[in-house]
Write a protein that binds this ligand. Structure first.
Ligand code: MN
Length: 307
């Protein structure tokens, strides 16, 4: 690559021969959607900030002892056209796009959808279910919030209802929840399709819940949805509702390693709710590093060499 020019404006700054649709096993779909966010705003700027930060992330990863992303390739799609008539229409557009992209040949082995607000996730899982079926599909959901409201501010398609809508497609394993309404808690306790590891358990190193998570995803088709507010605000302040007491980077990687290691396949995952803080780069970097790591965990083999 000539030093006269910056790296290409795609995820990880990969040159064309490493980021074309024909040879890339990982694909990225930016969805800069923001409409129902209730408190802090700015998620529409999330995907661009994550892609900008990713261009500074090293291709070399010590865990794999190689430039894994240059081997599997990452294709960055143009951002999804936004629909502002209603959140329901936007979710339908996400479902249609995910269905179309996952059905393409050549197409992705793994598709990452970058939010944008969490209300898009039910569209992602519906698209995934259309292409891969819903029979052995489960969802792993990292979040500070249960998102189990049946409706919020008059809409059943608000970000606060994301998990409740996903539940209509598949069972959910929630991790890091630390703020929910009484009604959500009653619903959760009465539902056989929701399991919740609350934050106080989830932050413990080596917690037994990781084995439970392994059993939940074992042999399944998994949709992983990461609301970044599930992480602790000390490392992830760039979210609309930064709740104290969240996951550390190490615990987040525990989740990613268990899901990617035990699932039969993870055809799609999303990372949502980044609302960049001007001048503060670490949250954008965290999100970019997380996406890169999940891609590598799914598409690369770990080095036998001891770290
Ligand atoms: Mn949340």
């Amino acid at each position: 690559m000539s030093d006269l020019f910056q790296p290409p404006p795609n995820f990880m700054g990969l040159p064309e021969e490493l980021s074309g649709p024909e040879r890339s096993r990982a694909w990225l779909l930016p969805v800069p959607y923001e409409a129902t966010t209730s408190y802090g705003a700015g998620t529409r700027d999330g995907p661009a900030a994550i892609i900008a930060a990713s261009r500074q992330v090293e291709w070399y990863d010590r865990e794999f002892d190689r430039e894994a992303c240059a081997e599997y390739g990452i294709h960055t799609l143009s951002p999804l056209a936004l629909v502002h008539t209603s959140p329901e229409h936007m979710i339908q557009a996400v479902e249609a796009a995910v269905t179309e992209v996952l059905s393409r040949a050549p197409g992705p082995e793994v598709l990452c959808v970058l939010g944008g607000e969490h209300s898009i996730s039910p569209g992602v899982v519906r698209g995934l279910a259309r292409v891969h079926g819903a029979r052995d599909l489960v969802c792993v959901h990292v979040d500070a919030h249960a998102d189990l409201r049946d409706e919020y501010e008059g809409s059943p398609f608000s970000h606060a209802c994301a998990a409740r809508r996903i539940l209509e497609t598949c069972p959910i394993f929630q991790i890091g929840v630390r703020n929910l309404s009484e009604k959500e808690e009653r619903f959760r306790r009465g539902s056989k399709r929701v399991r919740t590891v609350f934050a106080e358990k989830a932050v413990e190193p080596g917690g037994r819940w990781l084995a439970d998570l392994g059993r939940f995803v074992h042999g399944k088709t998994v949709f992983l949805t990461v609301d970044l507010d599930g992480l602790d605000p000390s490392i992830m302040p760039a979210v609309g509702t930064p709740e104290p007491g969240g996951l550390s980077w190490a615990r987040m990687l525990d989740v990613a390693r268990v899901v990617c290691g035990k699932a039969r396949r993870v055809p799609a995952f999303d990372v949502v709710e980044l609302a960049p803080i001007p001048g503060m780069r670490s949250p954008d970097f965290l999100a970019a590093s997380l996406v890169h790591k999940i891609f590598s965990l799914l598409l690369s083999t770990r080095s036998a060499k001891r770290r």
